[in-house]
Design a protein around this ligand. Structure first.
Ligand SMILES: C[S@@+](CC[C@H](N)C(=O)[O-])C[C@H]1O[C@@H](n2cnc3c(N)ncnc32)[C@H](O)[C@@H]1O
Length: 241
């Protein structure tokens, strides 16, 4: 939402400058200059409004990408196809407020080293099952499960994961967690309070919640480990008392 607001603010400003004749072929600033101003402004807004500095790059590239795609004059069905693909990949992000991104190599290494021996672990919101595939290779003692809501990501996982991994499609909020000792999540800030409530009420004493990057509101983790990646990612551990 913040992304759209920032880009909309930039767009409205440039539209106003164009309407008043300040920008454009007859104005003080040529169209190319207007693009440079827009990108700079978007980067300044991103710097002020977003936490991760990588947002600046996304904001800087967004408008030039729109201009390039517009000039390619692609047929309309390309856009329809892209929209359908996006919806299949990440449509639930609108409702769940959890976009798709993958745990990095640093996070995977922390998991390999820190997940307790012989744990029954589930990845809630498992994407294509990348975390589970990695743990399957490097921690054969674990019993691994994953649940994913997006039909396309689930299908990719179904086709690529070994059959020893319990791979489910569905909503993590409806899953009973009592059969697991260890829950891994890499979601967003949005569902963390709900995840914590579920974990506390459904998992037995001694269970463990592991979250990549997103904290449980107002609950201090028992342990925090740096992933050593460029984003400054952290893996947080909570023991269920
Ligand atoms: C940031 S990705 C993490 C993928 C993977 N766990 C990893 O660490 O690489 C979050 C995933 O959670 C899924 N997701 C979001 N809300 C969900 C829900 N309510 N039920 C099941 N999956 C959900 C999204 O579709 C997305 O694939």
């Amino acid at each position: 939402m913040m992304f759209l607001r920032s880009q909309a603010a930039v767009f409205l400003l440039i539209a106003a400058l164009t309407a008043t004749g300040f920008v454009g072929s007859q104005g003080y600033v040529p169209a190319g200059g207007a693009l440079a101003i827009s990108c700079t402004l978007a980067v300044v807004l991103a710097w002020r409004l977003h936490d991760g500095r990588w947002w600046c790059l996304i904001h800087a590239l967004f408008l030039p990408a729109v201009v390039v795609v517009h000039q390619l004059a692609l047929p309309a069905w390309y856009f329809l196809g892209a929209a359908i693909l996006l919806w299949l990949l990440s449509g639930s992000a609108i409702r769940d407020r959890v976009p798709l991104y993958f745990s990095g190599g640093g996070a995977l290494q922390v998991l390999v080293e820190r997940v307790p021996p012989n744990a029954r672990l589930i990845d809630l919101g498992a994407g294509t099952g990348r975390v589970l595939a990695h743990l399957h290779r490097h921690r054969p003692d674990l019993q691994l499960s994953g649940i994913e809501r997006s039909p396309l990501l689930w299908l990719l996982g179904r086709c690529s994961l070994p059959s020893a991994i319990d791979w489910r499609r569905g909503d993590l909020r409806r899953l009973d967690l009592s059969a697991f000792d260890c829950v891994y999540v890499f979601l967003s800030s949005e569902p963390m309070a709900t995840v914590w409530e579920k974990v506390c009420s459904e998992m037995g004493e001694g269970g463990m919640l592991i979250s990549n990057s997103f904290a449980v509101p107002d609950v201090r983790p028992d342990d925090v480990v740096d992933c050593g990646d460029w984003k400054g990612g952290k893996i947080m551990f909570w023991r269920i008392a």
